[in-house]
Write a protein that binds this ligand. Structure first.
Ligand code: 5GP
Ligand code: ZN
Length: 114
């Protein structure tokens, strides 16, 4: 999508610290990290939110989670614990309307989340 910030990162029109990439997904560091490790994993295809996912996206969603698992291992947070977050809708804190999985690690997290 033309003006979507994450589509623009995927097209390399906006710089980002890229962590990993496959044909279908891109992982890059959050501009405003909320933990020592804060990586965003996005599909290269524009999908606005989890509400817009279809059954055909099942494989893609699986790839996002498995890529997060790999990045967590590479970042050394697999054993200490990490959090995977999908904010869905403005009321849940979604500010960029292109599906993204947050991977947060390197510190302790409270529950329930704020
Ligand atoms: P949300 O609040 O939608 O779940 O998360 C959006 C995230 O994207 C935020 O954590 C924010 O810091 C990050 N973000 C917004 N714009 C950019 C950008 O241009 N580059 C990067 N790397 N992260 C961004
Ligand atoms: Zn997009």
């Amino acid at each position: 999508m033309k003006d979507c910030v994450f589509c623009r990162i995927a097209r390399r029109e906006i710089p980002a610290k890229i962590v990993s990439e496959t044909d279908r997904i891109l992982a890059f560091r959050d501009l405003n990290p909320q933990a020592p490790t804060h990586v965003l994993l996005v599909p290269k295809e524009h999908v606005a939110s989890v509400n817009d996912l279809a059954p055909a996206h099942a494989g893609l969603v699986g790839e996002l989670v498995l890529a997060a698992r790999e990045i967590a291992a590479a970042e050394g947070v697999s054993e200490s614990g990490y959090r995977l977050v999908l904010n869905v809708g403005a009321g849940a804190g979604q500010s960029v309307f292109h599906v993204h999985l947050h991977l947060l690690g390197g510190r302790n997290f409270g529950w329930p989340p704020g």
